[in-house]
Design a protein around this ligand. Sequence first.
Ligand SMILES: CC(C)(COP(=O)(O)OP(=O)(O)OC[C@H]1O[C@@H](n2cnc3c(N)ncnc32)[C@H](O)[C@@H]1OP(=O)(O)O)[C@@H](O)C(=O)NCCC(=O)NCCS
Length: 209
Amino acid sequence: MTPTASTTALVLRPAADAEFWAVARLFAELHQFNAGFDPLFRLAETWEALLYEHFRQTHHAPGACWLLAWRGDEPVGLLLLEAHTDSPLFAARRWAELVALYVVPDQRGSDLGRRMIAVGTQWAAAQGFDRIQLYVTAANTHAKHFYARCGFAPVQEIWRIALTPAPGVIPPPDPSCETNGHAAHQIELGHHHLAMELCASPNVEPPDA
Ligand SMILES: CC(C)(COP(=O)(O)OP(=O)(O)OC[C@H]1O[C@@H](n2cnc3c(N)ncnc32)[C@H](O)[C@@H]1OP(=O)(O)O)[C@@H](O)C(=O)NCCC(=O)NCCS
């Protein structure tokens, strides 16, 4: 009998050095899914090299949790949590951010998402964090129901107005992101570590799957 999504045992474990290909596959599917709600959330052309560099630097770090779920030799779930540091302007500036959560379509509804959230909340509490925060697309009602069922509640909203930009003008860089050789200083200003990678050129190519 061919094992099905429901009959094959799932294994959840931290992503190993050689498993970037699995992280990248699920990360790409997640962001393709998100871009389906809003094309402004699509990934940049260089995303894979940037993500690989970030994975290489952080997947063993105490402030990051890169979790994969496996069905046999097939990756079927991804959870990424990271320590987040807001500007020192804010009193309660350290929290755990849920950066990515994805379950492949034929495994959804089997409790895998909730199992990964349970691993993530245990990890975050054990690292001393008092909360996990995340961003979810307003139109992603499925994920919002899911997070609510897992105990999350909204605390802030991102609002947007579309503009007609001045023709031919390239927006200036984020002043906190300009490369001045003080990466630690940039982190102190409160930039998301993954976002920060976008400020630098990738210098490491991801390995082939
Ligand atoms: C959101 C997601 C991770 C949930 O994973 P999942 O494995 O399907 O969820 P689970 O099977 O663990 O479901 C847990 C709870 O959510 C509920 N749920 C699952 N699918 C649901 C749906 N389509 N609508 C409403 N609730 C749903 C389940 O019923 C269950 O609640 P219950 O105890 O009341 O039955 C998964 O659907 C996914 O990867 N979606 C696409 C990517 C995405 O949206 N990621 C989040 C971006 S921020």
